[in-house]
Every structure is written in C-alpha cells, then in structure tokens.
Design a protein around this ligand. Structure first.
Ligand SMILES: NC(=O)c1ccc[n+]([C@@H]2O[C@H](COP(=O)([O-])OP(=O)(O)OC[C@H]3O[C@@H](n4cnc5c(N)ncnc54)[C@H](OP(=O)(O)O)[C@@H]3O)[C@@H](O)[C@H]2O)c1
Length: 246
C-alpha cells in the first residue's frame, strides 16, 4: 500500500513510540488521526505541526479501557476524514506485576486496553472498509516468548493471537501484522536518576548491545504497510533480546 493520501489512525500517538510512528506516516503523506487519552498537549502540538507543514491531521480523545469510547473512535475518524486505511494499535497499559500482585482491576484494564480495544477498532475498521484494502499493525512485546509481567504479558500474547485470527478473517483485503518490541524507550515510571543504569542493564542483555529507537520501529511498520504479501506475521524489533540467555 502506498501511504500517500491514505488515512492512518495511530492510538496513543501524542507521545513516545506512537508519536514517532505517526510522524513517519505523516512524512510519507498520510493523513493522521492522532488518538490520545491524557497526552492532549502532545497531540495538539503534533497536529499543529503537521498542518503547518501542509499535511492533514486531527486529534481524537478516547479512554480505550472504556468500551463505549473505544467503539466511537473509528466512526469519529471516518466522519472527519471520509475513510480509514491504516490502523496502528499502539496504545497500551504497562504493568510490571507478577501473579500475586495482580488485582482483578489490573487484569481487566490490561485486557481492555491491550486486547479488547484493538479488537473493537479492527472490527469497526473492517466493517468500514467492507472489502477495500487496509492495514492493521499491532504493537506487542518480545517478552510474550518468556512470561514476566503477568496481566500485561497475557494481554500482549492475546494481541498476538488476535493478530493471526484477524489476518485470517480479513484476508485478502486487509493485512494484519504484529511488531514485537524489545527495549526501545524506558517506562515513564522509571526515576530519571535510574534511567542510565537501567539502559545499561537492558543493553547488556541485548545481543545487539543497545536499546532500539522508535525510528527503527517506525521503519519496520512502514515496510509492513508498503509490502502487501505479508500477513499474520510477527516481526521482532528487539535487538535479538529473545535470544539472550540472561
Ligand atoms: N517502550 C518500549 O521499550 C516497549 C517495549 C515493548 C513493547 N512496547 C509496546 O510498544 C507500544 C508503544 O510503547 P510506548 O512505551 O510508547 O507505550 P506507552 O508509553 O506505555 O503507552 C502508549 C500510550 O498508550 C496510551 N494509553 C494507555 N492507557 C490508555 C487508555 N486506557 N486509553 C487510551 N490510551 C491509553 C497512553 O496515551 P496518553 O499518554 O494519551 O494517555 C500512552 O501514551 C506499546 O504497545 C508497548 O506495549 C514498547
């Protein structure tokens, strides 16, 4: 798919990895629907920047833990731009908790944001496309190959399963793929003074000896959008972390 003049919705695009992916799509000529929950300031500045550069964009707020709000997102984007060709399910809950620390509420929010929302958005997009070409990319985590964080890990593994089921259900018109990240950006909860130490620790566990960059993630996503003969696939952007013995 050529991204020029296509409409792309990137969830969680006000800041961090989602913002870089959306920026890359905007640079490639796509109209950008910038979804956000709390990062309204980042989303607003980003939309203004795209428009100032001659592109098209708008911002859409939704708490994806809320089913009603999630269900309104695709209709809102289609109403604004008239179509939707590319969906990047990037927004995510991240909780570093194992089984004994996981409450029912933790479980519910991880499943709601990381699995149910991508399902609702993908289904609504497919209904809108009605057999026309489309692309869906789901952002997951290499750690699903080695469970560590309980509800988060289960939810990302389920998102991988959703990727393959959607790929089968929506073929041949829509290609659906999973991009499983390694250490790209440190969690926002990390104390700044510990960032350097944590970066070094993560790099030392990564065969390619460094953290990845959001720009590298965005390039892989662009490739999956441009090539139409890959579906139901998982691409690891993890510097080989899943091969590490530590
Ligand atoms: N960063 C990494 O190194 C890394 C590693 C492995 C996997 N990943 C995956 O790659 C993707 C991007 O990573 P990231 O670190 O940039 O993600 P992140 O900062 O943890 O989260 C991205 C965005 O998700 C949105 N979000 C969270 N809860 C939401 C809710 N209830 N409703 C709507 N939006 C919600 C937030 O938007 P607002 O700020 O607008 O509230 C947040 O900015 C994620 O899917 C993540 O799991 C990242």
């Amino acid at each position: 798919m050529n991204t020029q003049n296509k409409v792309a919705l990137v969830t969680g695009a006000g800041v961090r990895v989602g913002n870089v992916i959306a920026r890359r799509l905007a640079d490639a000529g796509a109209t950008i629907a910038v979804h956000y929950r709390n990062s309204g300031e980042g989303a607003q500045a980003f939309v203004a920047e795209i428009i100032a550069g001659g592109g098209q964009a708008d911002m859409f707020q939704a708490d994806l833990a809320n089913r009603e709000q999630a269900e309104k997102l695709i209709p809102a984007v289609v109403e604004k731009f008239g179509s939707l060709d590319i969906l990047i399910n990037n927004a995510s809950v991240f909780q570093d908790r194992w089984l004994e620390e996981t409450s029912n509420a933790d479980w519910d929010v991880n499943l709601a944001v990381n699995v149910t929302a991508p399902f609702l958005l993908s289904r609504a997009m497919a209904e809108h496309l009605n057999g026309k070409p489309g692309k869906i990319i789901n952002l997951t985590d290499w750690k699903t190959t080695r469970p560590k964080r309980f509800a988060y890990g289960v939810s990302k593994a389920a998102l991988g399963g959703l990727t393959r089921s959607l790929a089968a259900a929506l073929a041949p018109a829509v290609q659906v793929n999973e991009v499983a990240l390694g250490a790209i950006l440190l969690p926002v909860t990390a104390a700044p003074e510990e960032d350097e130490m944590l970066s070094q620790k993560l790099a030392s566990r990564t065969p390619l000896d460094r953290l990845g960059t959001p720009e590298e993630v965005a390039e892989v996503i662009m490739t999956l959008i441009e090539i139409d003969y890959i579906t139901g696939e998982t691409i690891y952007v993890d510097g080989g972390q899943r091969l590490s013995r530590t």
